[in-house]
Write a protein that binds this ligand. Sequence first.
Ligand code: FAD
Length: 531
Amino acid sequence: MIHIGQLKLPLNHAKEDIIKKVCQKLRVSPSDIQTFEIAKQSIDARKKGQIQYIYAVNLVLAKKIKLTGKHPDISVTEQRKYQMPIFGSGKLRNSPVIIGTGPAGLFCAYLLALNGYCPRIFERGKMIEQRQKDVEAFWESGVLNPESNVQFGEGGAGTFSDGKLNTAVKDKYGRNRFVLETFVSFGAPEDILYVNKPHIGTDILKNVVRRMREKIQELGGEFYFNSCVTDIQTEWGRVNGITVNHQTAYPADLVIFAGGHSARDTFLLLAKKQFPMEAKSFAVGFRVEHPQDMIQMAQYETTDRTYLPAADYKVTYHAPGGRSVYSFCMCPGGYVVNASSEAEKTVVNGMSYRKRDSRNANSAVIVSVTPDDFSGDDVLAGMRFQQKLERTAYQLGKGKIPQQLLGDFESNKISESYGDFRGCEKGQTVFADLRSILPEELNTAFCEGMHGFASRIKGFDRPDTILSAVESRTSSPVRILRDETFESSVRGFYPCGEGAGYAGGITSAAMDGMKTAEAVMKKYIPQREIR
Ligand code: FAD
């Protein structure tokens, strides 16, 4: 297969123009091209007046060609296909149990089901169709269902998200591609396979998740919704069963924990039962909102989106006090959402629809915290630190999302009205004193970061920037330890995904789910072969 990079095209090009360019480069005609696919699409916005798209493509020609001269952008390539592992010979007495249907649990289940392991998947929340109703009712009325919300339920935490799919995880084995191809095969748009920063959007993601569940069921997997795993039994250092909703027991010799970073009752259970785990660093802050047009101007010097996507950004700053301040989970054309999952605690996050067409851009601007910042030195001190911030945010907003404009935050004054633009939120909001949520040292670092970012994105520190509180669940406060075979020293227990501290986002969680499934496959033969 021939790979060609650095194909530059104007903003208003058609797909045929890419092929034309390829033909010019290789001196062939379109009929000589046997197969053609776009490998990467990115935007070069370095010269603002001359923004262009840059493509890399892969193709197979029907005839042999000989190129003369040097062509650094042309190479021969082979696409690395993901390979399923070879099965081990161990025998499981029971089907593998998976806790959680987020991307980690779902991809783990999918791989196991594809290979005949017939997993049983336990999810504390509801099926997506019912979950959506609960989430919308919460945003309307403020009445939270602690088992069915933005964090808990089919599809996990990212279901009501922007559906960004980029990841920094290295992909030597083709897992990233497998995740994206799987999403496409269940209804995601094909462009996620090649755009530089792919995103699905919550509206499409929900259907993808439902179709994946249906396929896993067809392959012999069993889903148990409204089924919170409330106990994990062990004997002689091995798991041997689970209890669901404090009442129903299931035998289990292999349990994959993919419960996400908000499963605090489950973290408590694991700590109490002395499953090896350690505290880890994470970051906290506020969600910040700007007009999307301001970001378009900063990145592209135009607000015309006829040929350009909703612009995004990624900014980092090292505060003089030594803290890192950075933007996280940026949602162009998105909404700030009330993402709470615990009674009397408020937490926010961001989401977008596929079109990314709301008036505002939002992102979390967060400051790093380490176990030294948490009072108490036990393994769950970070979790309690998060809870304290969320409790204060709840009390300030009386259940609504507490907000403040940046200028008022800096001059210690509760805002009375919005500035030149209004917020785009899912959930009720109220103005409050956000300064009282984070420790003052973090507030200072946050403000320094906001001003620092303004040198990259003009207007980032405008006084009417809307802050919403609190961003506390940026990653897990703990790591549940596992060895190189992905197993805990409590044998048969496999910590997996973001909650266990091995992922940070939809794609990396899905890839970790795959790696965990591979570890199981390498050790055991499929259930289908035992039956
Ligand atoms: P989760 O997705 O959290 O799934 C865990 C599941 O386990 C949940 O469904 C939960 O109900 C269930 N569970 C927990 N405990 C139990 C138990 N005891 N018994 C049974 N079930 C249990 N990431 C991105 O990459 N891109 C984005 O655009 C993005 N946007 C986001 C927007 C929002 C609003 C949120 C909340 C998150 C967003 N994220 C995004 C983060 C992303 O969702 C997570 O990184 C990812 O979902 C983690 O996957 P996971 O499978 O490890 O855990």
